[in-house]
Design a protein around this ligand. Structure first.
Ligand code: BGC
Length: 460
């Protein structure tokens, strides 16, 4: 397929990590095989109307059985790195206690295959799939969650740390606490302010304690964690919209990174934290919440435009839809705005104490169609081209950005959106598991072709 490339991977420097990111629950399937127990998503997705068309994380992409073929695709597209997560309930079917040898063996195989292909593995310890047995004990609300998480992190470090040097502790804590415990759209489907606030406290501790565990167990580890982030744009310059935008900004962008950087929880937000504090929350353990990460992973998809809305509890704010604003958007209604991508990365880069940034997820869902073996996804190509161009400009300004991971390798289980939202560079027919590289996948291959270090993409 003809692909033009004024932009190339080489412009980012020889040591830049270009990868794709996936997660266990969204790709593996095989939910009860080889000793794995149910995760919260297996159970939550069975509830009526929890997910689109009642879809669940089975069969997903059957990555559990097809990882060799899928890693070969990653290599063939020219990537040099691969980010994936470890399923807690595959490693520890009881949530805690003894590790499942079959679970360890599976991830050993995936890691070894990455290394054999010359792909640097980036391992995310927790990407939202808590074992259901731990949910029954309260999940992220339980005061025991931090002990359980340290144990899980320790097992992963001991099992894989001899070969895995790049670690990510949590995937987007703001997303799994807000959507899972406050809004109820994600597993475990809770809607409670108290549960949400407790889950936030515990997740903040998990990121620093998990990192300390990896530091103690894995010599030479490079440790990071990921944050979702979005530029928050006030709908108008009216004081109430400005204040609403600042509250949303706190909850979306600041509440996890600031304690990690030793700044404590943000307090300068026009009353929001006071309100949260009045709910009997003691934001203690300030020193325990801090950790000197080697890098910070940012995940950005869209900006939000925020308006004051007195009817929404806590934040008293709501987003104005991209379609109502008549701006370009993806099939999920997410605004496409590479300038906003640049702005939010620039903003994070201004925090003291961040040594290095990586974009650990960025990508777009569109209504793809497979016609005679081809998916012409020009909009996705434009999305990647424009976001990579923006990233290159930031790098040229001198920002220490060392990696970019496209979300995602292949169309997978997109949480509450089921299989409807397609984010992949590779199309998957989930009934037959047939993979078809989309035009965007070929675009990436051309972009990555001459990648420095003498690496050339394998011909497909
Ligand atoms: C998550 C992914 C998800 C993607 C697109 C990120 O928030 O880490 O698991 O598929 O966004 O929604």
């Amino acid at each position: 397929m003809p692909v033009e490339h004024p932009l190339s991977a080489q412009m980012f420097g020889d040591d830049f990590h270009f990868g794709v990111a996936i997660s266990a629950a969204q790709n593996e399937g095989a939910i009860l095989e080889d000793g794995r127990s149910h995760s919260v998503w297996d159970v939550f997705s069975r509830k009526k109307t929890a997910t689109r068309k009642g879809a669940g994380p089975y069969p997903a992409c059957d990555f559990y059985h097809r990882y060799k073929e899928d890693l070969l695709l990653v290599k063939a597209l020219g990537f040099n790195s691969f980010r994936f997560s470890i399923s807690w309930s595959r490693i520890l079917p009881d949530g805690s206690g003894k590790a499942n040898p079959a679970g360890i063996a599976y991830y050993n195989d995936v890691i070894n295959e990455c290394l054999r292909l010359g792909l640097t593995p980036f391992v995310t310890i927790y990407h939202w799939d808590l074992p259901q047995v731990l949910q029954q004990e309260g999940g992220w609300v339980s005061p025991l969650i931090n002990r359980w998480f340290r144990h899980f992190a320790r097992i992963c470090a001991k099992a894989f740390g001899d070969r895995v040097k790049n670690w990510l502790i949590l995937n987007e804590p703001a997303a799994f606490t807000t959507l899972g415990y406050l809004v109820g759209k994600h597993a475990p489907g809770k809607r409670s302010l108290d549960a949400y606030l407790k889950s936030v406290q515990h997740a903040v501790l998990a990121q620093s304690e998990g990192a300390a565990m990896i530091r103690a167990q894995v010599p030479g580890a490079r440790i990071g964690t990921t944050f979702s982030c979005s530029e928050v744009i006030p709908f108008s310059s009216r004081e109430e919209d400005l204040a609403a935008a600042s509250r949303v900004d706190l909850l979306m962008n600041r509440i996890f990174i600031e304690p990690l950087l030793g700044m404590g929880f943000p307090e300068d937000d026009r009353g929001l934290m006071e309100k949260m504090n009045r709910r009997n929350l003691t934001w203690k353990h300030a020193e325990k919440m801090q950790f000197g990460m080697d890098f910070i992973g940012l995940q950005n998809y869209f900006p939000v435009v925020i308006k004051h809305n007195p009817f929404i509890p806590l934040v008293q704010a709501s987003p104005v839809k991209a379609s109502d604003r008549k701006v370009p958007h993806t099939s999920l209604g997410w605004e496409i705005n590479p300038g906003a991508f640049k702005n939010i990365i620039r903003r994070f880069s201004q925090y003291d104490g961040i040594k290095e940034l990586m974009i650990t997820e960025n990508g777009a869902a569109f209504k793809d169609s497979l016609n005679r073996g081809r998916v012409q996804d020009d909009a996705r190509i434009a999305y990647y081209r424009d976001h990579l161009t923006a990233l290159l400009q930031l790098k040229q300004e001198g920002m220490n950005i060392t990696g970019y991971f496209a979300w995602t390798l292949m169309d997978n289980f997109e949480w509450a959106e089921g299989y409807e939202a397609r984010f992949g560079l590779v199309h998957v027919d989930h009934a037959t598991q047939v993979r078809t590289i989309k035009d965007s996948g070929y675009w990436w291959r051309a972009f990555l072709e001459y990648q420095g270090k003498g690496q050339h993409a394998v011909r497909i």
